[in-house]
Write a protein that binds this ligand. Structure first.
Ligand SMILES: Cc1cc2nc3c(=O)[nH]c(=O)nc-3n(C[C@H](O)[C@H](O)[C@H](O)COP(=O)(O)OP(=O)(O)OC[C@H]3O[C@@H](n4cnc5c(N)ncnc54)[C@H](O)[C@@H]3O)c2cc1C
Length: 608
């Protein structure tokens, strides 16, 4: 079993020494509440909660799973008590407005807390995690009375929320949603239909579960333009916010799945369940996607979380387990054999995990600053600023979600490999990380869907490459002062600058190819997404290494020079051994669609 240790030194390095979070918070309207002392106290307390309460339940929650009996769901032993502690600690309310009982702190603090919680125990973290989408939707689209009815209990964590999109016939293509909402004389609606795969859809942690549901009004247009959004509680809610009678939404069963066993994935049957329309009729999908960027950052965190946890398990093992001698001569002659960590190939695996976890963390924390600005604008009714930051974040999110979850899975697999056969055995907890990590590339939009969103919608149609030009402008700005420097600084800067130029060129070439062949977008999209991910991670690694270099040279920084040296060394590893993969992705993205599309469907090989 891998016990989580919060990587506080790295978290503080990225927040304080690289991304200047103290300055960032001071520049936010109402950011003064997030003073360095407050932030420090929150980060420390979150680390303690995660290490002492959540981490010990990770393996037992996986082993026991959730139990379904006659419509009720019992979560694994310890989850209920841990959730009560989560609520009592005020952890859900951290970043929500004070009007509804929140602490009004920036959303980035919530994301940083979620990273620690998710690494300690992803399945548990999904219960309060799903509530965040529900709360954000109500904040943005709920009427004042609906907000008063629901938000105080949701913000406190006393109730939880879900997002009910998927149906048996559709997940990616929500235009096929069939659930019906029939108007009732009192202005509410009766919902009929079945939703599947609903995370945290039924459980015993809270008194009520508030479902945000996609459904169709009578006579609604077909496809995505005929979908509306409803709030449907498990127990009806009186005008004063107190609990009313049980609503007609019931859990039909729980899915049996590969991982995240501690989280209940429910089939929900809506059998005349009473709901309230939120947002404009037929514009439910747009409303649902308003806060999708932050939901997707939430899932991107899963990649970092599993990379970090698997790295922690693997590095501890590699320091202790002994096997043969290092090829360059005995390293621990007094021992029967050298520790695994001396072997170059084991170091390759460990450094890949470290580069993914720490590079991914910096990417998430960078995007979280944009999320702060976007949410502050939304809550203060500044639509222009909201649109600007939403747009910028919109470019980051498919990359973070798609790339980091794919890389998190790779890192989780490598962690298992470091332990050899022992990685495959349940006892060490490494195989659980692989099973838990697998879902991240599927839900909240598969990697394929993220890639289409990135290349098709954001890069080509939405901005004709402007979003790439904006981001590569930042890469060049970072690299330029160091281009003529010697050593690691110069090498990283020159490689980063070349990457910036190439990224624009690749985008331009794909734009031209897509004009001649529409299938080119779909054929290139996942390779393009991965290319963008490697480049974006290179930017955040260069930023970390350059900062560590300055602190080392000036003899400054929070503590030992070894930490900064390790940062530069990991960045060098990333640039030399992981970034070159981007070239293969660029080459493949530019390949013609012929070999993909030429074979008739009935030649795929199922014939007898
Ligand atoms: C454990 C778990 C938890 C979940 N939690 C929730 C939840 O809380 N709420 C909720 O609403 N849903 C939830 N889901 C559902 C999840 O979001 C969907 O499974 C996911 O969006 C994919 O939809 P699908 O399974 O129908 O696959 P499909 O949409 O059928 O896709 C199958 C494959 O085809 C590809 N594909 C589909 N369309 C295209 C296209 N146009 N171009 C190229 N490729 C395409 C996809 O990338 C994928 O590889 C959950 C699922 C699981 C397994």
């Amino acid at each position: 079993m891998v016990m989580y240790q919060a990587p506080l030194r790295d978290i503080r390095f990225v927040m304080n020494e690289v991304l200047d979070y103290p300055g960032h918070y001071q520049a936010l309207p109402h950011g003064e509440d997030a003073s360095p002392d407050v932030v420090e106290a929150i980060v420390d307390a979150a680390a303690t909660f995660c290490q002492e309460v959540l981490s010990p339940l990770n393996a037992s929650g996986d082993l026991e799973g959730c139990h379904f009996q006659a419509g009720e769901v019992i979560t694994p032993a310890g989850f209920k008590d841990a959730y009560a502690q989560f609520v009592a600690g005020g952890w859900q309310s951290l970043s929500f407005p004070a009007d509804y009982g929140g602490q009004g702190l920036p959303v980035s603090l919530n994301l940083i807390k979620s990273e620690m919680m998710g690494t300690a125990n992803w399945a548990f973290t999904m219960y309060p995690g799903l509530s965040i989408g529900c709360i954000n939707t109500l904040l943005q689209f709920g009427s004042d009375s609906l907000k008063r009815q629901y938000l105080p209990r949701l913000v406190a964590g006393e109730w939880t929320g879900t997002m009910c999109l998927t149906e048996p016939q559709c997940g990616s293509d929500l235009g096929q949603v069939k659930t019906q909402a029939k108007p009732l004389p009192d202005g509410t609606y009766a919902l009929h239909g079945t939703k599947i795969f609903i995370s945290s859809g039924e459980h015993d942690l809270a008194d009520n579960i508030v479902h945000i549901v996609l459904a169709r009004l009578p006579g609604a247009p077909a496809g995505t333009r005929g979908i509306s959004l409803f709030v449907v509680p498990k127990c009806q809610v009186e005008a004063d916010g107190s609990l009313g009678p049980r609503n007609h939404v019931h859990c039909g069963s729980l899915e049996h799945k590969m991982g995240i066993h501690g989280n209940a994935t429910a089939v929900l049957n809506f059998e005349g369940a009473i709901g309230t329309l939120i947002a404009e009729p037929h514009h439910g999908l747009e409303a649902m996607f308003t806060f999708m960027n932050t939901a997707r950052i939430g899932t991107a965190i899963q990649g970092v979380a599993h990379a970090e946890l698997s790295f922690q398990g693997a590095v501890r093992y590699a320091l202790e387990r002994r096997s043969m001698r290092s090829l360059s001569g005995k390293k621990e002659p007094d021992q029967v054999a050298d520790a695994l960590i001396w072997h170059a190939d084991v170091r390759r695996m460990l450094l890949t995990q470290k580069a993914i976890a720490e590079g991914g963390r910096a990417m998430i924390y960078g995007a979280a600053q944009l999320a702060d600005r976007m949410f502050q604008a939304a809550w203060h009714g500044d639509t222009e600023q909201h649109a600007r930051y939403d747009d910028e974040l919109g470019f980051y999110t498919p990359i973070l979600k798609g790339f980091l979850t794919e890389m998190g899975l790779e890192a989780a697999n490598l962690g298992m490999q470091v332990l050899g056969g022992h990685g495959y055995i349940r006892e060490h907890g490494m195989e659980q990380i692989v099973r838990d990590a697998r879902i991240a590339t599927l839900y909240e939009g598969t990697t394929g869907i993220q890639a289409l969103d990135l290349l098709g919608r954001k890069v080509l149609m939405g901005t004709q490459g402007r979003c790439v030009r904006d981001f590569t402008g930042k890469m060049l700005k970072l690299a330029t002062p160091h281009l003529l420097s010697g050593g690691a600084r110069g090498r990283l800067a020159r490689r980063l600058a070349r990457g910036a130029v190439q990224w624009n060129l690749l985008t331009l070439r794909l734009m031209l190819k897509a004009r001649r062949d529409r299938d080119q977008v779909g054929a290139a999209s996942v390779d393009y997404l991965m290319y963008c991910g490697y480049m974006m991670m290179a930017y955040f690694w260069a930023m970390q290494a350059l900062r560590a270099d300055v602190l080392l040279r000036q003899g400054k920084g929070a503590d030992s020079p070894d930490f900064y040296r390790a940062k530069i060394q990991t960045a060098e590893f990333y640039f030399e051994r992981l970034l070159p993969r981007a070239q293969i992705h660029a080459q493949t993205a530019l390949a013609s669609t012929r070999t993909l599309m030429q074979m008739p469907n009935d030649h795929f090989g199922l014939s007898a």
